[in-house]
Ligand binder design. Sequence first.
Ligand code: PSV
Ligand code: MN
Ligand code: MN
Length: 406
Amino acid sequence: MVDRAYALFEEQQQARGIDLNVVKEKLKSLKIETPSWGYGDSGTRFKVFQKEGVPRTPFEKFEDAAQVHAVTGLAPSVAIHIPWDKVEDYGKLRSHAESLGLSIGAVNPNLFQEDEYMLGSVTNADAKVRQKATAHLLECVDIAKETGSRDLSLWFADGTNYPGQGHIRQRKTWMLESLTTMYQAMTPEMRMLIEYKCFEPAFYHTDIADWGMAYNLAQKLGPQAEVLVDTGHHLQGANIEHIVAYLLDEKRLGGFHFNSRKYADDDLIVGTVNPYELYLIFYQILDAARAQDAAIRQNVEQIAYMIDQSHNIEAKIPAMLRSVLNVQTQFAKALLINHEEVAEAANRNDVLAAEHAVRRPFEFDVTPLLVAIREEQGLPADPMQAYLNSSYGKNILVRGKGGASW
Ligand code: PSV
Ligand code: MN
Ligand code: MN
């Protein structure tokens, strides 16, 4: 039986020229990777809070991640962070993930938690430190081979706090040298996703501070290097959707680290602070999906949608559920944009009509649509409630406190 709310919704969308069957197919294909570190203990620089029931091992992180996928159908892969998720046998971790219906996603090297890296990793003035850092990048390529991961996500804390502390141009050369060594070790299927961040932990200069620097490195390295946009890594007021459109036009958008921010790299649940920004990012992606240039359309197909958050005060599995559901909601809304309507208004220079055509779908309640696709996929209509009704959250309390932390 077609639900009344859905029937009304369908009628409303049909009248706007939107085919809900197309929308539903696109919605069902959305996949969002969750990060292993989002399931572990975390905090701010003031304190890492220890929560009861937090996974004690990488294996348990995958068990928690499987809960998120089971009720949403949205999160079939999990990014790992090395050495936080270091295990003796990555084949075993891979089998464990697969037994849970998951795969291992992006491999994230960690070059910021050892004392030796205080003044930089691949850009350190000490050649021994640079070599050690590069060796870790190569180790991560080997791990990706074992885990079957396509993507290597690189974020560097490298930077300086004071003018003169490091030679900026020299460090730029060292960065490229190290990344070139890593790039050459990758298999043809692999991708290097280069993340940028405007500041923190370094406050004077950061070696890869913005998308332009990441893009420049990617261009020099080759077609398997692309830019990773972390939504929390921009200065106030930056137009992230513009960056997204620009990188797509250059066919260099590797993926996203979704999260919300109010001030800096807050790592809050995506879609909680500025859902319209997320919606407008999807608007640009869906517009690029209609591009004449097949290479742009292909870039859209290859985008890795990933969450990068730390859940400090909130329950971790529900936080991850909220995150992937928020992304799904904004994607659903963006799928209701009538691109011809926008283009037509823009071409006759009707500013308000064009803005209206973009904004209007954001204002629709897409619940009937989401409930319909979940029903068609055999998923619970309300995934959050389904998880909360399950005993999983209570059962994991036997793990006690003192689980994995970043
Ligand atoms: C640090 O800023 C950070 O949040 C980056 O966004 C990385 O992607 C993440 O940590 C994991 O290393
Ligand atoms: Mn990130
Ligand atoms: Mn970050």
